[in-house]
Design a protein around this ligand. Structure first.
Ligand code: PGA
Length: 252
């Protein structure tokens, strides 16, 4: 049986009260999903509330590259390790609004690995780069830069999310055959940089306007092991629908 991972990235939406109502509702929407690991990545302030439910894996949306010190407003890997399993690294919104360079993303990825967190590294091209035919090159360059500090052993739990920036929160969909060459390049780049075993162990997710209706089409793409969901994860009903679609796809 195949196994998929479905990650909900709430971004900066839903406070603790809304989070409590959400998880209560989600419980009724996703009862049985043995073939799907479900991860919720809410804002930091919701982690305790969402964590109490017990039936979901928890993720953070960001971490500091440094483990401790005078960094006002930051949250470190060792702190997160006490409450979450997963952490999103290098999301395009962090690259854009918080000026995270490839180098910073590489340092954060190393911090996640060093602290035993499961990293979800995000890579993706913008519309201009896609239209110029540079999608694969841009994504491969981001990947190589992010992996600069890691050995093959460090890749053991790595997830890489291919998220074309032009398909994030825009309602504009990437066709599965537009996703195929990029995720294939991600897999083969890891194989070339490390080895086949390392590449086989890395889980590749797709993200960008994924909903319950199209999740299955992305999960069919070779090398795709799951989805990273933004907008549609904010509603327990639609997120539950994606989890069910993944479960159905896994057993089909
Ligand atoms: P979206 O966001 O599903 O709203 O496009 C995906 C993401 O940013 O992870």
């Amino acid at each position: 049986m195949k196994h998929y991972t479905v990650v909900g990235n709430w971004k900066m939406h839903l406070g603790p009260k809304e989070a409590a109502a959400y998880v209560k509702k989600l419980k009724t929407k996703i009862i049985d999903h043995p073939a799907v690991t479900v991860v919720l990545a809410p804002p930091f302030v919701d982690l305790a509330t969402v964590g109490k439910t017990g039936h979901l894996k928890l993720g953070a949306q960001n971490l500091c590259a440094t483990d401790e010190g005078a960094y006002t407003g930051e949250v470190s890997g060792p702190m997160l390790k006490e409450i979450v399993d997963y952490v999103i690294v290098g999301h395009s919104e962090r690259r854009k609004h918080f000026h995270e360079t490839d180098k910073v993303v590489g340092l954060k990825l190393a911090a996640a690995v060093r602290n035993g967190l499961i990293p979800i590294l995000c890579v993706g091209e913008n519309l201009h780069q896609r239209e110029a035919g540079h999608s694969v090159r841009v994504v491969v360059d981001q990947l190589i830069a992010a992996l600069a500090n890691l050995t093959a052993t460090d890749l053991k739990h790595l997830h890489v999310a291919y998220e074309p920036v032009w398909a994030i929160g825009t309602g504009r969909f990437a066709k599965p055959d537009e996703v195929t060459p990029v995720v294939s390049a991600i897999h083969h780049t890891i194989k070339e940089l490390y080895n086949a075993k390392a590449a086989d162990g890395v889980k590749i997710l797709y993200g960008g306007s994924v909903d319950a209706d199209d999740a299955s089409a992305y999960l069919k793409v070779r090398y795709v092991n799951g989805v990273l969901v933004g907008g549609a994860s904010l509603n327990a009903e639609s997120f539950g629908g994606i989890v069910r679609a993944a479960q159905d796809r896994a057993i089909s």
